[in-house]
Write a protein that binds this ligand. Structure first.
Ligand SMILES: NC(=O)c1ccc[n+]([C@@H]2O[C@H](COP(=O)([O-])OP(=O)(O)OC[C@H]3O[C@@H](n4cnc5c(N)ncnc54)[C@H](O)[C@@H]3O)[C@@H](O)[C@H]2O)c1
Length: 331
């Protein structure tokens, strides 16, 4: 029988459920053999679903199980709790390939340590930026490569997620870090590296949520190495018709991308419209497992190193917001 990749999960909450659905279709190549969560009910339910061994402590899971790969699906503040040394670093020490949900950390120092560990140990790695796996992504990128892009407007405007940790900057990082990072990642996928960040955030729109201290709205200006400029907006104050995507303005052309839905590219005598047509989330997990089986990191479209660059941009946005909109130059 062909080898199956043995996978352990740290975190069995919302996004883990998304991956679990994919693993049910990956049974020819992978098996979820161990699962861990602090919430007893969640871990039991998941263990039953996969006939996996349940754990309340990820250190115990890593010590007792022989895992090929670990998925880290915990809230942003939980990756490197004080005194634990960090989940990713412990998994790397055990020689496990690593899939980490975005945002991959709350500090650049920790993210860089993990990145260095993955490189040193030649481990296959991926981060949870599934939008890169949409069939339309290379089509947009190819079309834009033939155009002179001037600037863009990106946005993630919607309601406030229900998870407890979302409402405080110290546990989620705030909306740009936790949520709109998908739009920052797509902007980097399309336009390349960011060289400078400048941002403003505001409060006062939301007045009916307790224990809440992140920005209600923010605008982040970006400058890219190739000369493109753009602004990415975040807002978590509306329940009536949010909007997520990027509008890109080029010389004699325009492209409107609606996140996970499709795009419309307009030229003087031609309009191209394409809907996202593939199960990009399934492809994200299929690709990670195939990369492990083939020993080929180049298959992965969203490696950990890309997530670290995204993190640098959104943390710079927070730094700018907290300092009256100062310009933060990125190296
Ligand atoms: N890629 C995407 O589109 C996407 C979508 C949603 C969430 N996410 C990301 O996934 C992460 C988790 O989000 P979520 O919505 O699943 O949150 P969640 O609160 O539903 O789940 C997180 C789980 O991690 C568990 N956990 C925390 N610390 C732990 C520890 N030390 N040991 C074991 N388990 C622990 C919690 O008990 C919880 O069950 C966040 O970083 C979020 O940004 C990504």
């Amino acid at each position: 029988m062909a080898k199956k990749v043995k996978v352990g999960f740290i975190g069995c909450g919302g996004i883990a459920g998304y991956h679990f659905g994919h693993f049910e279709k990956l049974t020819d190549r992978a098996q979820v053999t161990a699962v861990c969560d602090l919430v007893d009910e969640r871990v039991k339910k998941t263990a039953d679903r996969f006939k996996a061994t349940p754990y309340a402590d990820w250190r115990e899971m890593l010590a007792k199980e022989k895992l090929d790969a670990v998925y880290v699906c915990v809230e942003p503040c939980a990756h490197e709790k004080k005194g634990t040394g960090g989940m990713e670093l412990a998994a790397i020490e055990k020689g496990c390939h690593l899939f980490v949900e975005k945002p991959v950390a709350m500090s650049m120092a920790y993210a860089k340590k993990v990145q260095a560990g993955l490189k040193k140990n030649k481990l296959i790695n991926a981060a949870g930026f599934q939008d890169r796996y949409q069939d339309i992504a290379p089509r947009m990128k190819g079309w834009l490569a033939t155009k002179d892009v001037a600037f863009f407007n990106g946005y993630w405007v919607g309601g406030m997620p229900g998870v407890w940790w979302w409402r405080r900057r110290e546990t989620s990082g705030g909306q740009a870090v936790e949520q709109t990072i998908h739009i920052f990642d797509m902007a980097r996928y399309l336009f390349g590296e960011v060289t400078a960040v400048q941002a403003f955030g505001r409060r006062g729109v939301i007045r009916d949520v307790e224990n809440y201290d992140t920005e209600d709205a923010s605008a982040v200006n970006l400058q890219f190495a190739n000369g493109v400029i753009g602004t990415i907006y975040s807002g978590c104050f509306t329940k009536c018709g949010g909007k997520c995507g990027i509008d890109i303005y080029c010389k004699d052309a325009r492209l409107d991308y609606t996140e996970r839905v499709g795009f419309k590219a307009i030229e003087p005598n031609l309009t191209i419209e394409m809907k996202t047509g593939n199960d990009y989330g399934q492809e994200e997990d299929d690709t990670f497992i195939d990369a492990i089986l083939d020993g080929d990191q180049s298959l992965v479209l969203s490696p950990y190193s890309e997530a670290v660059r995204d993190l640098q941009v959104v943390l710079a946005a927070n730094e700018s917001m907290d300092n009256g909109g100062k310009v933060v130059a990125l190296k």
